[in-house]
Design a protein around this ligand. Sequence first.
Ligand code: BGC
Length: 960
Amino acid sequence: MARDETKKGLLQDTEGRPPDSDGHESDSDLEATDYLDREPADQPRSFSAPTPRKQWWIIRCLGRRSRCCIGTLAVVIAVFIFLSAGGAFVFKKYQEEPPYGQSPPWYPTPKGGIAQSWAASYEKAAKLVGKMTLAEKVNVTTGTGWQMGLAVGTNGPAVHVGFPQLQLQDGPLGIRFADNITAFPAGITVGATWNRQLMFARGKAHAIEARGKGINVLLGPCVGPLGRMPAGGRNWEGFGADPYLQGVAGAETIRGIQSEGVMATIKHFIANEQEHFRQPWEWGLPHAISANIDDRTLHELYAWPFADAVKAGVASVMCSYNMVNNSYACGNSKLLNGILKDELGFQGFVMSDWLAQRSGVSTALAGLDMTMPGDGLRWANGESLWGPQLTKAVLNGSVPVDRLNDMVTRIVAAWYQLGQDDETKFPRQPPNFSSWTDDRLGVLAPGSPSPQDEVVVNEFVDVQANHSIIAREVAAQGTVLLKNEGLLPISRQGLDESKLEARRRVVEQSTGKRHDGKFKVGVFGEDAGPGHGPNYCKDRACNQGTLGSGWGSGAVEFPYLVSPIEALRKQFDSSKVELHEFLTNKPLIASNDKATVDDLDLCIVFANADSGEGFVKWDDVSGDRPNLALQSGGDDLIVDVASKCGGGNADVIVVIHAVGPVLMERWVELPNIKAVLLANLPGQESGNALADVLFGDSNPSGHLPYTIGKSLADYGPGGQVLYTPNGVVPQQTFSEGLYIDYRYFDKHSIEPRFEFGFGLSYTTFTLSNLRVTPRKNKSALPAPRPSPAAEPPSYPTTIPSKDEALLPAGFRKLDKYIYPYLSPEDEIETGAYPYPDGYDTVQPPSGAGGDEGGNPDLWAIYVDVAVDVKNDGPVAGAVVPQLYLEYPAKEGVDFPVRVLRGFDKVYLNPGEIKTVHFGLTRRDLSYWDVMEQNWVMVTEGQYTFRVGQSSRDLVLDGKW
Ligand code: BGC
């Protein structure tokens, strides 16, 4: 069957669930088994196969009648009763004295179409949407079901008006499940570059590949998790533990992606800070975790980068799995209607994370616009909370027609906004690869058991172009030099003459023999080698071989991975250097290699720490890391190598690949560990980029995007993952408020091992001459909210006829595929609908809103800070001047010691001087005032601006 025919053939119906009638976010009518009884076996390469690992519930045992099992069951039931009681208590307690308040209602959903920047797209969208039938509208909002298309997500088309299915694919570091693509460095590595141009370039290259593969919507970038907890499993998909850094990197990535016409998706909105209990079914719980956040912290930390994303024009926002203040994020009207669509003026569409939608009508009312993958409460069962249920809900009046129109208009407007109506760039075809098979032939909806014709599903289109150059540059610039006692860079001949002579003297003194042979380098650790190959484990969910990325939906199939050893083998001059390889983490004690190790002149030892998305567990890492130790015995290996390399006399370089902070206390100060490089997660060009840095072709310019503490406890109570559920709805209260990462360390005067923003270079820089130039006068509140620059489209609001939603005659049904249609027998029951509390109270528009990205005055520059930077060292290199702001004291308001509010990266030849400007916006200078419900600038006293090369190396200051 030709592709087009099949596509049309898929427009058929399936039976639906009973209508969602409660109008609330709860799914408590479900049995626990609903979350647990799915078998992953029928999901080849599925990303979220719900393989429950820690069963906090009873279900798994039930089939087995062993005594052990009954015992376990008893214990588990007891634990359950305890937890339920705990949960009830927590619920009760929250009702009586909500510390952060139950998320308040915010209705109705603000309509898209108020921003000048989107006005033309909305006009076009209105024409198209105005012609759609009810069924077509619903189709556009609802995914077709898990594995009911070739991408990880596909919505339905509106065929008669020419609106195609959109193809949605992960993820933040490359095109997931695809061949012949680039495995870029992960977000955390990008953050470590502190290089805006590279952030943009990587996004652009990523989008070129997406378009080349037939993808409309990229499911990235990721700025949530923000990095509250250093052990959080998915921190590596984002850019670092600071909202400003995340915001800049996210916005640049979005601009890069969208410059190619591909829609970017900023995710996960919001507070999905840990993997444990992020959603119910992976963890055998009835409910996901609730992240309880106060209003100010939400604005100043977690929502901050999302505001940058909206300001950058992001097409889509993905709401997260978890609850926020005890209301599911994808059904939380305060978050979606209030903050995102009113205050931030988001003009695109909100899509759910995969199965993060937990109810039907109430999510539509709360501001969700698209449900993914379409299946509702369970994977791949063909039962959607929208689809035919949304059709019914519109017909029975519970979801206003207006709301449906806005949902669809937002999606169609985003499509126009990105120019995707241009068929030369976005042919209306399925992707040219399949997420579900590597074979050339396959079916278009493998999730359906219905017989289907085989078609070509993998065309193996090579979209890599020269993107390996960008990947390598990001990996090199994202490598942080943490320690260097005169050792790096090394030369391809080993060491340069003077260092070599020093080494010879050491050897002569200790052995009495002149060392005239080749320079002997030992390379240690599994992390230096290829292991079983980069794609050995599904979704990269194991730690073996060198670590190029974390695991989960944010990972890709590596086209190749240049391991460190491969690059070193090639690049060391074999006429001068003898390379000895020990690509294992096994201790060297009593090894046959003792003699060889005794003779080494230099050792390079590799170790790593991995984590990933919570749907897979590796070793003791259930998504989130259990601690900040190096894995697979990495610490022991480093200590061992340091004590034995060259009989304990030779120099050692440590190279770390990691998803986030690792503790280095056991070895970082050992005298012969002369250099430490943190290469983060470098992607496919790992070895090449590392060699660039080691041999000095690339002068290291990476800086830490997080703090490296001396212990996990140093990050404070807020830095700890909740590993055990503390109630039916696990409660995680962000009581540390604004104090995460360096803000916590600074507030409590805790000495980190390496501070946020830290990174060395092979040259030295001086900063001087800080100037402060006011641009506008201080005033407490932003200018009044402007009236909308454009009018949202308006459509007739009468409820359409059911006829618009009937299954078209003659369509073949695909089982489990999700359609919008009803059958003539479907009854539409009308009556009083139990709308959520507060539904009838129209909320006043936020003073912080008014345009895409919020009140435009928040983005106006109020003060300019300039500094001169000079390279006063011997070699060319890039410096990262960072500006941190200290607020003036204000009674009754607590401020962090200082916060990052500006950075740049400047390349300088030796002796060269350049001026760097930091433009501080009103938002940069304000705090979120919960009483005003607005950003407030402090008008009394003076702001202090400190500029330097890390959060604790701030040599210049100025006042305003
Ligand atoms: C992840 C999302 C991802 C989606 C689709 C979910 O499990 O949380 O980040 O985009 O799957 O693969």
